[in-house]
Write a protein that binds this ligand. Structure first.
Ligand code: GLV
Length: 326
């Protein structure tokens, strides 16, 4: 049977080749930009499968436009861009790309921890501006990292990979989540309630998916519980943090700093955030390494190809749909 497959944005190999090998027709956005809503609605129409990115909002209108579609394969581990319930109601399988971006996202979390505490970006700016006055005993002092307490919110794979690295920094590790984590417990991390984690951690690092429960989990109240000497790190999803409240507390010095890779309304930032010298700001680079993006492309394509070949995709998010269709 000849399949029509949509790829919503230019992505690295090997995904496109794997898809092309099974699809009769590939309709693709060859540009490195997200499609407009109208373009997306038109691209997916009449497709048997859609390979999409976290920059595409796949809601019921898009799913209706993709009538007859069997699978939406997201090239991301997070899938808050897809209305999973709406896809399930329409019998459309949804997959993501877990696992392959764990290590590089943990690496970037550590880049933010070290970067914000040791003022790495600020120091670089000083050097380039020719403002380095020479070594000074009080010059550009930052926060300590080694031996401090790391609080991980969300007990999943990425949090565990961040914790493994923290052992090398001799840190005490606290974590909070809806379930306990045998792998975090095994490395000596202590499960605590959110209140205690916020109050005791020197670094609070977010590793939860974005859901209605985690939206603004870190609001003004939560931020106020953090120590004035502590740092907030976010490599998860922007809306987990109330960004306006974060700007306010950063300005007031209520916490020492924030290392952010994600924002509430990407690619925009809350007014004032860019003017906070105690914020280290990265443009959503968690999975942005050549190897990881290639692996994400491969896994998204493999999920899609599995379904077009009549097989259960390895990273199925709504298995109840699979049971219904088989
Ligand atoms: C990246 O943010 C992802 O969810 O894959």
């Amino acid at each position: 049977m000849s399949h029509r497959v949509a790829i919503t944005r230019r992505i690295p190999e090997p995904g496109p080749s794997l898809v092309a090998a099974v699809a009769g027709e590939v309709v693709a956005n060859h540009d490195d930009r997200p499609l407009t809503r109208d373009e997306l609605l038109s691209l997916v129409s009449g497709c048997d499968a859609v390979l999409c990115l976290l920059t595409d909002t796949i809601d019921s209108d898009v799913l209706d436009a993709a009538k007859g579609c069997k699978i939406v394969a997201n090239m991301a581990v997070g899938y808050n861009n897809i209305d999973l319930a709406a896809a399930t109601a329409r019998g459309i399988l949804v997959t993501n790309t877990p696992g392959v971006l764990t290590e590089c996202t943990a690496d970037l979390t550590w880049a933010l921890i070290l970067g914000v505490a040791r003022r790495v970006a600020e120091g670089d700016v000083e050097m380039r501006a020719g403002r380095f006055p020479g070594w000074g005993p009080l010059y550009m002092l930052g926060g300590d990292v080694t031996g401090k307490t790391l609080g991980l919110i969300g007990p999943g794979r990425i949090a565990t990979a961040v914790a493994m690295r923290a052992r090398g920094f001799d840190m005490k590790i606290l974590y909070h989540g809806r379930r306990s984590s045998p792998s975090l417990d095994a490395i000596g991390a202590e499960a605590v309630d959110l209140f205690r984690l916020l109050a005791e951690s020197d670094f609070v690092s977010l590793h939860v998916p974005l859901t209605s429960e985690t939206h603004h989990l870190i609001d003004a109240k939560a931020l106020a519980r953090m120590k004035p000497s502590s740092y907030l790190i976010n490599t998860a999803r922007g809306p987990v943090v109330d960004e306006k409240a974060l700007v306010k507390i950063l300005r007031e010095g209520g916490i020492a700093g924030a290392g952010l890779d994600v924002y509430e309304d990407e690619p925009a930032m809350a007014p004032g955030l860019a003017d906070c010298p105690n914020a280290l700001l990265l443009p959503h680079l968690g999975s942005a390494t050549q190897g990881t993006r290639a692996a994400m492309s491969r896994i998204a394509a493999e999920n899609l190809v599995a379904v077009l070949s009549g097989c259960k995709p390895p990273n199925l998010l709504n298995p109840e749909v699979w049971r219904e269709t088989t």
